[in-house]
Design a protein around this ligand. Structure first.
Ligand code: NAD
Length: 478
């Protein structure tokens, strides 16, 4: 059993009360590590360390801060193979995916914000008899709380801008996937990040996450996770007037029109449905197809989905690994059952898989369902697994109506060669992120986040640096 430690005040330490939780390898369905079951006392210890470090970190020059962050990025890159393997064991995702996406993006997060902070400028407003200039100052000690689906990728997406802007951070990774956050602690020590600037406190959401939210001196919470937990955090943090950034659930639509580039759409739709076992907040789970190509699309899509290989994440030819936990596995299977009860017809998958030698792992076939009402629970609630539904539509208006008919509004993909239609839809769709003829094409400078119950606030680029700083106007009369 690997023993994971907290990272507080520059040191790897156990939880104060000495308690640990088990961490599982989803490919085998077995525990393989223990992770601190930290509580309020560990959060307080981390707060003290962060608070002490703030004076000097916030006064450290931008170039010096950027240099440390760049060293962290370099070290992540040199450890690409081992980090990818660790991420795969912890999460169940194919090693190939972690190597191509998760770990390179984690390094890119640090490198990007190391550069972005050197370009971050403030405004001046001139009057006839005076001038205003605006300072943007770090908030102090801030909290970040992240989920299990892209563990290191999303963990660093928050930490990097917070540190670049001069804050000290208490970061809580998901207790379901703590391993790469632990490995990052060692990288931070090696990179020479001053002690207390970043503190990683592992443990349960109800103990560590909620204690961070309640803490009177943690000035902001940047959260990514479910809408249910986002709501709980908002209820506690809002009356305390904390700054809040909430990136939450989704039920993203793909809108496929008959005039699309069919082959590109088909390839991308297979990826946007099932990458990371469908456990990416940006995956399209409701596939809306213009009726004139519905039959052809269904036939081709189902054929491609049936060819996907479900298996152990370390195997080279695995397309779909294990889902992250037993609880999540049972949740996803329960939604397939619900879909059948609601009248859905399973056109591909629909069952658990038990690969040889991995019989206790949590594998589910990529599943395609049709015949459901767009307003039924299966089409309204977030499943967050390898399950998509097919829904035909006749007109652009009808496609938009279905696309907007959930409480969520994170992202969407629109497939059409008609540029006017693409722009019309982009304007009217309830989503923070609109992809036209693509999916997951990311530029880290762009605003990232959702509308409705998918999000409050934006991450990415200068939006993130604005979130992690407070503006202060200074007015001088000539
Ligand atoms: P979750 O909400 O269960 O947990 C997220 C984090 O919050 C974990 O670290 C957890 O320990 C912590 N937490 C739990 N209860 C808490 C509480 N009461 N107070 C403070 N913290 C608490 O989410 P999850 O199951 O880890 O992740 C899956 C969800 O994340 C999905 O809904 C998915 O859509 C969403 N997600 C959203 C985005 C986005 O950018 N919008 C990205 C990735 C994942």
């Amino acid at each position: 059993m690997i023993k994971i430690s907290n990272y507080i005040d520059g040191k790897l330490v156990g939880p104060k009360k000495g308690k640990y939780l088990e961490s599982f390898n989803p490919a085998k369905g077995q525990p393989y590590a223990i992770v601190p079951d930290s509580d309020a006392s560990d959060v307080e210890k981390a707060y003290r360390a962060a608070s002490k470090a703030f004076t000097s970190w916030s006064a450290t020059s931008i170039n010096d801060r950027a240099q440390v962050l760049t060293r962290i990025a370099d070290l992540i890159e040199t450890q690409l193979d081992s980090l990818a393997k660790a991420e795969s064991i912890d999460n169940g995702k194919p090693v190939s995916l972690a190597k191509k996406v998760d770990i390179p993006r984690s390094a890119a997060n640090f490198r990007f914000f190391a550069q972005a902070i050197t370009q971050f400028a403030t405004q001046a407003h001139e009057m006839s008899d005076g001038i205003n200039y605006t300072l943007r100052q770090p908030l102090g000690v801030v909290g970040t709380i992240s989920p299990w689906n892209l563990p290191l990728y999303l963990f660093t997406w928050k930490i990097a801008p917070a540190l670049a802007a001069g804050n000290c951070v208490i970061a809580k990774p998901s207790e379901v996937t703590p391993m790469t956050a632990f490995l990052l602690s060692k990288i931070c020590i090696k990179a020479g990040l001053p002690k207390g600037v970043l503190n990683i406190v592992h443990g349960d959401g109800l103990k560590v996450g909620s204690e961070m939210t309640k803490h009177p001196n943690i000035k902001a919470i940047s959260f990514t996770g479910s809408t249910r937990v986002g709501k709980e955090i908002a209820q506690v943090a809002a009356p305390m007037f904390k700054k809040l950034s909430l990136e939450m659930g989704g039920k993203n639509p793909n809108l496929i029109f008959a005039d699309c580039n069919y082959e590109k759409m088909l390839d991308t739709t297979v990826r946007s449905s099932f990458s990371n076992q469908g456990q990416i907040c940006l995956c399209g789970s409701r596939i809306l197809i213009e009726r004139s190509i519905y039959g052809k699309f269904k036939k081709d899509f189902v054929k491609r989905v049936k060819a996907l290989k479900v298996g152990p994440p370390e195997r080279r030819n695995t397309d779909i690994g294990a889902v992250v936990s037993k609880t999540h596995y049972e949740k996803v299977l329960s939604y397939i059952k619900l879909a059948k009860k609601e009248g859905g017809k399973i056109r591909a998958g629909g069952k658990a898989v038990f690969p040889r030698g991995y019989k206790r792992g949590w594998y589910i076939e990529p599943t395609v369902i049709e015949g459901l009402d767009p307003y039924c629970r299966t089409n309204q609630e977030e499943i967050f697994g390898p399950v998509v539904t097919l829904i035909p539509f006749d007109t652009e208006e009808e496609a938009l109506e279905y696309a907007n008919a959930t409480e969520y509004g994170l992202s969407c993909s629109v497939w059409t060669e008609n540029i006017s239609r693409a722009n019309r839809i982009a304007k009217r769709i309830d989503a923070g992120i609109v992809w036209i003829n693509t999916w997951m094409l990311r530029d880290l400078r762009t605003p990232f986040g959702g509308v409705k119950n998918s999000g409050v606030g934006r991450e990415g680029g200068f939006e993130a640096l604005r979130f992690f700083t407070e503006s202060k106007n200074v007015c001088i009369q000539y």
